[in-house]
Design a binder for this molecule. Structure first.
Ligand code: HEM
Length: 353
């Protein structure tokens, strides 16, 4: 069965996230390539009702693949105009984010690459944003994972340490205007660049926080098979190819709770580095040297996804995967956000190695 068909079965919910979402459903229904090797170019949130601002246009261009989601390095390095809390800093919307990112960098990066907290931040960004699909009227990248008791849900086990650290960032920087949803998504991007090889994904701030727990049952489980995962992600507007690119984040991952007897086992041979070796190692590995999730092995070997998986595993795979991941994660970071026309680009403050 096509993902779009599976998707439609689940999308027959009475309340849609956004009035424009009925168009999204029609678009997914009309696309045969949704399970094939193509990236999603579907619009999200308030952009479905109009592009009202320059930033709305920029986000539209990234979502529709007209512009890269990777910072092209044209941004001048950012120097804060003053100390945190100073009048000069308050006037500059990027300033507080410079201090947040700097603080994160000290926790997420060390001489070897990304740390446990850096890896945790990437997963935290995913788990906040992905608790949403087109049938949801709330949820998504809204900070609710830390503003409610969502962390106690079983699918969020392993996020305790980064959750506590991120709450500390929130209590330090919220008085200066930094919201939880943005802190979490910035953390995922800082965590990615903290891993050598990680793409500099363009960063935006201004999302609305939500103190309502996200709808349950929207996150993937490691026991799921490939068709179930493809369907689940199609409901979040991702193609099967996007999904293969996204799970590449397991290049920087350890497990603790899937098999507690192997707590701390990495999901590839070098979890501190952002490289495509995860794809080849998952495809051919035997779960002894490092830990292979059932869900990852399923995507590596399933008819619809194996060609994309092998392309990332093969020669030049990193060059293919990096922009595909950046594009898909950018989309992830915008799920459920309904004020995209009002965000501010803050890419300039992203640290680099
Ligand atoms: C098929 C969908 C996915 C499934 C079933 C899945 C499942 C898991 C599981 C079970 C763990 C280990 C948790 C633990 O025991 O501590 C894990 C770790 C991780 N996942 Fe995923 N994941 C998926 C997709 C993603 C995506 C899309 C991202 C990011 C964009 C991501 C990022 C991470 C990271 C960075 C870790 C390591 C966290 C750490 O080392 O603390 N995962 N994932």
């Amino acid at each position: 069965m096509k993902a779009s068909t599976l998707f439609l079965t689940c999308a027959a919910a009475p309340a849609l996230a956004h009035p424009g979402m009925d168009r999204v459903i029609a678009e997914i229904q009309a696309r045969d390539d949704f399970v094939l090797n193509a990236r999603s170019d579907i619009l999200l949130g308030d952009l479905l009702n109009g592009i009202l601002t320059a930033v709305g246009q920029t986000i539209k261009n990234i979502l529709t693949l007209a512009t890269s989601a990777i910072d092209q390095g044209t941004s001048a390095a950012y120097t804060p105009p003053g100390a945190l809390g100073s009048a000069a800093c308050k006037k500059d919307p990027l300033c507080v984010w410079y201090y947040v990112a700097n603080d994160m960098w000290g926790d997420f990066a060390d001489a070897n690459g990304c740390t446990n907290l850096g890896r945790g931040a990437i997963r935290l960004g995913f788990h906040d944003a992905a608790a949403w699909d087109v049938s949801s009227s709330y949820g998504g990248a809204d900070g609710s994972i830390l503003l409610t008791d969502e962390l106690s849900r079983s699918e969020n086990r392993g996020l305790e340490e980064i959750g506590a650290q991120t709450k500390t960032y929130y209590s330090t920087y919220n008085p200066y205007g930094a919201g939880m949803a943005d802190i979490i998504q910035l953390g995922a991007l800082v965590g990615t660049v903290a891993c050598p090889g990680g793409p500099r994904i363009r960063a935006f701030a201004g999302r609305k926080d939500n103190a309502r727990a996200a709808p349950p049952g929207k996150l993937p489980l490691p026991s799921m098979d490939a068709p179930t995962l493809i369907s689940l992600f199609a409901q979040k507007t991702f193609t099967a190819s996007d999904l293969v690119a996204l799970v590449g984040a397991h290049t920087a991952a350890r497990q603790r709770f899937v098999d507690p007897s192997r707590a701390g086992a990495a999901l590839d041979s070098d979890p501190q580095i952002w490289d495509a070796s995860f794809y080849g190692e998952t495809l051919t590995g035997n779960n002894q040297t490092f830990f292979i999730l059932h869900s990852d092995k399923a995507l590596a070997t399933y008819t619809t996804t194996t060609a994309q998986w092998k392309a990332f595993a093969g020669a030049g795979g990193q060059g293919l995967w990096s922009p595909a991941y950046a594009q898909a994660y950018f989309r992830m970071s915008m799920l459920g956000v309904n004020n995209l026309n009002q965000l501010t680009e803050i890419t300039k403050i992203l640290p680099s190695r």
